[in-house]
Design a protein around this ligand. Structure first.
Ligand SMILES: Cc1cc2nc3c(=O)[nH]c(=O)nc-3n(C[C@H](O)[C@H](O)[C@H](O)COP(=O)(O)O)c2cc1C
Length: 135
């Protein structure tokens, strides 16, 4: 899934937080497994964003639809995205329930970065179409 509501929330220990809609499928998977990967996108994987951000994993196989390449993580079961600029392997340490989303706070067990890689930011919508810019 695409998760814009995400941030680093501690540097020592290195912790990352994401806010996930309770009715989404990814939320259910993370509650069961307590594991997730944060993958920071770039232009190479821009086309997959619409599918990952608008379809549900219990209805379609998003990896099959987008043909995104994956790699095995070292410490957890979910895969890394081979073409992402950054991948973080996270294990949930806290869950906060403020309303219709759950905030999962994960300890980063391993981090991988393409240091020359760029980062794609969501710039909002123009004429109903989502626009992204790479920095
Ligand atoms: C740019 C963008 C940002 C999004 N940010 C979030 C987010 O922070 N939290 C969330 O729960 N859903 C967010 N979504 C929506 C989910 O990605 C979407 O509901 C997805 O279909 C959920 O898939 P799943 O049911 O397989 O988990 C975002 C979607 C887009 C396109």
């Amino acid at each position: 899934m695409i998760a814009g509501w995400s941030m680093q929330c501690s540097s020592n220990p290195y912790m990352f937080a994401i806010a996930l809609w309770k009715k989404g499928y990814t939320h259910k998977l993370i509650q069961q497994t307590k594991e997730f990967v944060i993958a920071i996108p770039n232009k190479k994987i821009e086309k997959a964003i619409e599918i990952f951000g608008t379809t549900h994993g219990d209805k379609v196989d998003k990896f099959e639809l987008t043909k995104l390449k994956t790699l095995s993580a070292k410490h957890i079961r979910p895969p890394l995205l081979a073409d992402a600029t950054t991948n973080l392997e996270c294990r949930v340490e806290q869950e906060i329930d403020p309303g219709d989303h759950i905030i999962f706070i994960g300890r980063v067990l391993a981090a991988y970065a393409d240091e020359k890689g760029k980062v794609l930011l969501n710039m909002g919508k123009v004429n109903g179409k989502r626009v992204f810019q790479e920095f």
